[in-house]
Design a protein around this ligand. Structure first.
Ligand SMILES: Cc1cc2nc3c(=O)[nH]c(=O)nc-3n(C[C@H](O)[C@H](O)[C@H](O)COP(=O)(O)OP(=O)(O)OC[C@H]3O[C@@H](n4cnc5c(N)ncnc54)[C@H](O)[C@@H]3O)c2cc1C
Length: 371
């Protein structure tokens, strides 16, 4: 299909900034650029009919790390780095809440819980033994103890009678967050084109020539916010990591409220609209889940159902309503890559499982690279 003169003139000419990816990072980056350069022409290209990576697929935990996650992070990162990461997550959440408001994104701070399998005494004791020092590490940020112990009041089975509780953890409505963020970005005059796949690009002296599945055009600056798909366009250390999810149908008198982590965070669940949203299980097949294919596997979906029956809802009848998957971007370090690639090309990718928390600030950091 040939584009018309009008289409080329109005949508694809004099583009100052082109952002690839309309996830939380791409949208926040556009918002920040528009704030700084109100007159700039900003175009977002998105390969999906909706965002098709992680931002509209996730569990909506507004979290900054469970007790075991922080202990685990300390094995491969210094105390300073871990503190810095928690701070970044906290600041990112505040920015997200300020940008869109708690009401719009349904932010609720119901607390986060970490459950420990009944038969893993050593791991449970190990985490408990470190609780005090982790609380000490985080005190400058929260001014009080973050982690405490709570009795199993939700009636979960096959887990320790006490779980680790974090009163600062919350959750959001992911759909409302992404919908309102998109509307906000559009209202500022940013253009978003969906179902446009960026295939490759070539940098010239003062611009970048972009080739998509539908058309080619020129932009002054190119910003890549494609997270788990980053290695398709960039030579950066980002691997795709698929995460599978299911959600039950509505359950009468559902008493479970909050966000929950199980098995070192490999599983996570929460309440939403009287349902349980449950995800995880990547550890059952790390290699197989290192993919950008948006499908589900029997192995992981069956395991999710088994854990629902045996641990989360042992006394309650439930039916599964929907199943889906999303793609995260991970690497050997739990650190996003925000950098200038060349004169006119920049990227903000590799957000791991932390994008709700850090997505807004990574968008800001990415925009600041070109300011
Ligand atoms: C199931 C699941 C549960 C999660 N739960 C949580 C949670 O509870 N809390 C939390 O903080 N984080 C969670 N995450 C992680 C979080 O969702 C991500 O870190 C975050 O959404 C990443 O945002 P992003 O904008 O960097 O990437 P994405 O949202 O993946 O956006 C990248 C976009 O780029 C597009 N794209 C890719 N390649 C191209 C191309 N060549 N041309 C055009 N467009 C392209 C994709 O379609 C995609 O829409 C979860 C992730 C998943 C998958």
């Amino acid at each position: 299909m040939n584009l018309s003169y009008w289409e080329i003139k109005s949508w694809l000419t004099n583009i100052d900034y082109t952002i690839v990816g309309s996830g939380i990072v791409g949208l926040n980056c556009a918002l920040q650029l528009k704030q700084h350069f109100p007159k700039a022409n900003i175009l977002i290209l998105e390969r999906g009919m909706l965002p098709q990576g992680a931002s509209t697929k996730n569990a909506g935990f507004a979290c900054f790390g469970s007790l075991s996650e922080i202990i685990d992070d300390l094995k491969s990162h210094s105390e300073e780095e871990v503190f810095g990461l928690v701070k970044k997550r906290l600041e990112g959440l505040l920015l997200l809440r300020q940008t869109l408001s708690d009401k719009v994104i349904d932010y609720q701070q119901l607390g986060g819980y970490e459950l420990f399998y009944n038969d893993n005494d050593i791991f449970f004791e190990h985490c408990l033994a470190q609780q005090e020092s982790i609380n000490r590490l985080l005190k400058p940020l929260f001014k009080e103890d973050v982690f405490s112990l709570k009795d199993n009041s939700f009636g979960f089975k096959n887990i320790k009678n006490q779980y680790s509780f974090n009163k600062f953890e919350g959750h959001i409505n992911t759909g409302k967050m992404m919908d309102s963020l998109t509307q906000l970005v559009l209202s500022k005059g940013v253009k978003i084109l969906n179902s446009v796949l960026v295939e490759n690009f070539e940098e010239n002296n003062d611009s970048v020539h972009i080739k998509t599945n539908h058309f080619e055009f020129k932009t002054n600056k190119l910003l890549i916010a494609t997270n788990g798909f980053a290695s398709q366009l960039l030579d950066e250390n980002v691997k795709p990591a698929r995460a599978q999810v299911l959600i039950t149908k509505s359950i009468e008198n559902l008493h479970i409220k909050g966000t929950f982590h199980l098995d070192k965070g490999y599983y996570y669940f929460r309440n939403i609209d009287n349902r349980i949203l449950f995800g995880g299980g990547r550890n059952l097949d790390f290699k197989g889940e290192e993919t950008t294919e948006l499908i589900q596997t029997e192995l992981i979906q069956n395991r999710l159902e088994t854990l629902l029956k045996t641990i989360i809802l042992p006394e309650t009848d439930f039916e599964i309503d929907l199943r889906w998957s999303g793609i995260m971007g991970v690497g050997n370090q739990k650190k996003p890559i925000v950098k200038q690639i060349s004169n006119n090309i920049f990227c903000g990718v590799r957000l791991g499982g932390m994008g709700i928390a850090i997505g807004s600030t990574i968008g800001l950091d990415l925009a600041q690279l070109v300011k």
